[in-house]
Design a protein around this ligand. Structure first.
Ligand code: FE2
Ligand code: FE2
Length: 396
């Protein structure tokens, strides 16, 4: 679960608890006035003061530390209550509260360790009470602590508490992750739509290269042939950002029906570095790592690099070109050849493969190209089922 979410849950818990702390403080003070000072009232003061301090210094502490401290405080309160006549069942509820608050920030293993700790403390208190070490305690406390019903009650409360806490925090975490994924996807789409706004390329081109990258990813990782440093989903989303830098290129260039002059080509090359800079600035404003954006930045910068070092912007060679960009190069060229562009007609699958094969080892990574050939029919199917492809004229 995100630490932001943990923190906001803990902050709310702390607010309610500190109000409870003020109440505990007031009640213990009243009882000191009417009944005289007893150690248990002093302890209640300490607990109340600790909870209020936790609330005051919440921003100076890690969420996990707050969770552990709340667990400790509630557990102490619960155990103290268990030793006091008439408060026994409330004691179990305090123990349960301690577990619930800690469940927000600790993992499953630690959570069960905390249940073990509580149970050990509960058993130790019972044993010490029975052995009269913890004397003097009221007779009915001994009765309460040693009765089967108490243990059953304690067990049931803890089991239900554990189930609710886990279900609740997992559900909340799931909800948060889904929301975050949706928001992020909208954001990535917004960036890729920017690159479409002025380009001759279409949304379908973006959707298709995304699909091709998935096909290549699956072929590469099939039977664990290759270990890639990103997931299929991250790659699929990041390739959509490859031409975002084209928003800086003039319409005259983007829509030119003939081949670009040398100067014009130099200007066109800038879309790689501009794209990487745009994504880089977004990343700089981001507080935490965003793997899709980092991968997108690499794809934007390197998708026109060639295997033999003749590409741009940095003239990188062979495996110095990141694998995500080598995948993108194949996906992008396949789609460009299949599609109608201002300067060319659309080619058939066979013609596209023929043209691309002549570029293996010069433009494309030869090993990756072999993998591409093994799944090329899936590229053809993805192109054929794409809505605009039917409108393109096939030539050659
Ligand atoms: Fe490009
Ligand atoms: Fe493209």
């Amino acid at each position: 679960m995100s630490s932001n979410l943990e923190r906001s849950i803990l902050n709310r818990v702390l607010l309610i608890m500190s109000l409870g702390g003020v109440l505990i403080f007031g009640l213990s003070t009243m009882r000191i006035v009417t009944e005289g000072f007893q150690p248990k009232f002093g302890l209640m003061w300490l607990v109340a003061a600790s909870i209020i301090s936790l609330r005051l210094f919440r921003n100076k502490l890690q969420a996990k530390a707050i969770g552990f401290l709340l667990f400790a405080l509630f557990t102490i309160m619960g155990l103290v209550a268990l030793l006091n006549d008439g408060l026994a069942s409330i004691g179990s509820i305090f123990l349960f509260l301690g577990l619930s608050t800690s469940a927000v920030v600790v993992g499953t293993k630690t959570f069960f360790l905390l249940i073990g700790l509580q149970f050990t403390a509960f058993s130790a208190i019972t044993a010490l009470t029975v052995m009269d070490v913890l004397a003097p305690v009221p007779d009915d406390t001994v009765e309460y602590l040693t009765s089967g019903k108490t243990w059953l009650f304690h067990g049931i409360v803890i089991s239900i508490g554990a189930a609710i806490s886990f279900y609740g925090s997992n559900l909340l975490g799931q909800w948060y992750r889904n929301n975050l994924t949706e928001t992020k996807d909208t954001f990535y789409n917004a960036i890729s739509i920017l690159s479409l706004a002025r380009d001759t390329e279409t949304g379908e081109h973006i959707a298709r290269v995304s699909k091709y990258s998935e096909i290549l990813y699956d072929a590469l990782t099939h039977n664990q042939k290759e270990q890639l440093h990103f997931t299929r989903d991250e790659l699929k989303k990041s390739v959509r950002l490859h031409d975002v830098g084209k928003i800086s290129i003039s319409d005259a260039l983007l829509k030119k029906p003939s081949k670009l002059s040398e100067d014009e080509f130099e200007e066109m090359k800038l879309h790689t570095t501009v794209g990487a800079d745009i994504i880089g600035s977004i990343l700089n404003h981001h507080q935490r790592e965003d793997r899709v954006l980092s991968l997108g930045q690499s794809v934007a910068l390197n998708h026109h690099e060639n295997w033999d070092g003749s590409g741009y912007p940095n003239g990188l060679e062979s495996t110095k070109i990141p694998i995500e960009a080598r995948i993108m190069a194949i996906a992008d060229v396949y789609d460009a050849l299949r599609s109608k562009r201002p300067y060319k007609t659309a080619y058939s699958h066979a013609e596209t493969i023929r043209r691309m094969t002549s570029m293996s080892g010069s433009k494309f990574d030869p090993d990756l190209f072999e993998t591409f050939l093994s799944v090329a029919d899936q590229f053809d199917r993805a192109y054929a089922t794409s809505p605009v492809s039917k409108e393109d004229d096939i030539d050659g």
